[in-house]
Every structure is written in structure tokens, then in C-alpha cells.
Design a protein around this ligand. Structure first.
Ligand code: FAD
Length: 247
């Protein structure tokens, strides 16, 4: 499942005008509702993207899975056993050294946006609550500990937004720093998201712990950002490797 450790185990084999594909993937976002699947795999010595239509023989879509967060995202596994598609539905061959890494960068980039959105929603709700909700006869923002928490949350949010914007800029210009900056941003923004959304929930307190508010929703979603794409552990390894000139 982890593409960094086991890249492209899905295999396509050319058979005349068709390609036969076999492979499995445990978690696929939108799988239960998608009409088309873009599956990355190997084709000979190269990589390719196989475009597979729902209903194709050999494609099995698993049951929708329950998750901690992102309640609206439909997620399931998919299995491909000798799934036959015409060669016209194959993008590639693509250089095997470049493709998985490039897709991961795009995925990580969209996750940075996700982190910032979660933080923004939770921060705004907590700020509003702190100004309007009274406890002990005064709005809770009047308690220094609550005000300081909001200050730290905003600092993390602002820093994350800046880092994400700088990363996007270097991606656009193919800057040599782009990859390593992306891993730095992934670590910082994803961990900031868990911290900020958790503190927002803490400011809402009892009201936050009851399901159905933005902070609670964002807190449940935030963990995904550290796991998906390049995990924060693997990102740290890659940052170190890049610093040592290994990548
Ligand atoms: C809800 C959900 C939806 C998903 N949707 C998709 C999707 O649509 N498409 C898709 O391709 N993938 C998807 N994924 C898969 C996701 O990319 C993987 O879960 C992720 O890559 C981590 O792999 P893993 O879960 O197998 O963890 P593991 O690889 O088992 O990792 C376990 C722990 O070990 C650490 N670890 C593993 N390898 C290393 C290493 N080399 N160095 C340092 N630490 C390491 C990890 O960081 C983690 O903390 C989804 C996952 C979830 C939870």
C-alpha cells in the first residue's frame, strides 16, 4: 500500500491490441462512486497510467470503509485480476524513475491545501467562540491562556500558508529545492493541522467535544494529512537524505 516502500506492484502486460492488468490497492479515495480509475503501474521496464472504466471485467470494487475523518469521502479497496483494456486507454510508457515521485509531489501539494483549510476553519470557529461564549462572567478570550492559544494557532496557520505558497512557487519553476521543500512543508503543515485543530476543540471545550462542529470535524480529519501521501516519518527521512545529498 505504501508507494514509497513498494512502488508500482500493479503490472500491465501487452497482449496484441489490449493490456491485461493485475494488482490490488487497499484504500482508494472515491472508488465506490468513480466511473473511471487512473491506476499507476508498471509496463515492461517503464511506468504507465491505466484508465479503467467501472464495470470492466476483472475490476472488483470493495465495500465502502468507515474512517476517522473525511466523512464525505467514499473510500474502498480495488482489485484487478487480468483486467483487459484497449491500449488506447494507456498513458505511457513513462520514465519509471520520475513518475511515482512526481505524482507524490502533486498529492502532497493538495494535502498542504487540505491542512491549511482545516486549520483556518477550526481557528475561525475557536476565535468566534472565544469572543462570544462567556464563562465565569466574561468571554473566554479574556482568559490569557485562551488568548495565547489563539495567538499560537494563528502563528502556525500563517507559517503553514507561507510555507505552502513558497513550495508551490518552487514547484512551478522546477526549482532544485522543490522536492525537499515539499517534504519540509508536509511535516510542518500536517503537524500544525493536528495542533491547531486540537487547540480549537480545547477552546470550544464541552461544546467542541459534541459532534457536529467545525473544530471537531477538522480535528478528526487532520490525522489523515500526516499519513497520506509521503508520511511525516518518510518525509523526515527524505529531508535528511536530501541534506546529505543522497537523493
Ligand atoms: C483514508 C485513506 C485513503 C487513502 N486513499 C488513497 C488513494 O486514494 N490512493 C493511494 O494511492 N493511497 C491512498 N491511501 C494510502 C496511503 O497513501 C497509505 O496509507 C500511506 O502511504 C501509508 O502507508 P501504510 O498505511 O501502508 O503505512 P505503513 O507503510 O505500514 O507505515 C506504518 C508506519 O511506519 C512508517 N514507515 C513506513 N515506511 C517507512 C520508511 N521507509 N521510513 C520511515 N518510516 C516508515 C510510516 O510513516 C508509519 O508511521 C489512503 C489511506 C487512507 C488511510
Amino acid at each position: 500500500m505504501n508507494v514509497d516502500n513498494e512502488p508500482l506492484k500493479t503490472i500491465g502486460t501487452i497482449q496484441g491490441q489490449d493490456v491485461m492488468i493485475s494488482g490490488t490497492k487497499s484504500f482508494v479515495i472515491n472508488a465506490p462512486i468513480a466511473n473511471w480509475f487512473a491506476v499507476a503501474g508498471s509496463l515492461g521496464d517503464a511506468c504507465a497510467i491505466f484508465l479503467i472504466q467501472k464495470g470492466s471485467p476483472g475490476l472488483t470494487i470493495g465495500n465502502r470503509l468507515n474512517t476517522l475523518g473525511f466523512d464525505a469521502a467514499a473510500i474502498s479497496g480495488i482489485d484487478l485480476v487480468d483486467c483487459r483494456i484497449p491500449r488506447s486507454q494507456v498513458i505511457g510508457p513513462i520514465d519509471a524513475r520520475k513518475m511515482p515521485g512526481r505524482i507524490r509531489l502533486w498529492e502532497n501539494q493538495s494535502l498542504l491545501g487540505c491542512c491549511n483549510g482545516l486549520m483556518k476553519a477550526a481557528y475561525e470557529e475557536a476565535k468566534h467562540h472565544a469572543k462570544t461564549h462567556k464563562s465565569g462572567g466574561k468571554p473566554v478570550i479574556a482568559y490569557q491562556e485562551v488568548g495565547f492559544k489563539l495567538s499560537e494557532m494563528l502563528t502556525r496557520l500563517q507559517a503553514s500558508q507561507l510555507l505552502a505558497a513558497r513550495t508551490a512557487g518552487t514547484m512551478e519553476t522546477n526549482d532544485s529545492e522543490a522536492e525537499s521543500l515539499m517534504w519540509c512543508a508536509k511535516v510542518f503543515c500536517a503537524e500544525a493541522a493536528e495542533n491547531v485543530t486540537g487547540n480549537a476543540l480545547q477552546i470550544l471545550s464541552g461544546a467542541g467535544y459534541i459532534s457536529g462542529n467545525a473544530s471537531e470535524r477538522a480535528y478528526r480529519c487532520a490525522k489523515f494529512c500526516q499519513i497520506a501521501g509521503t508520511s511525516t516519518e518518510i518525509s523526515r527521512v527524505k529531508i535528511g537524505d536530501a541534506a546529505l545529498g543522497y537523493s
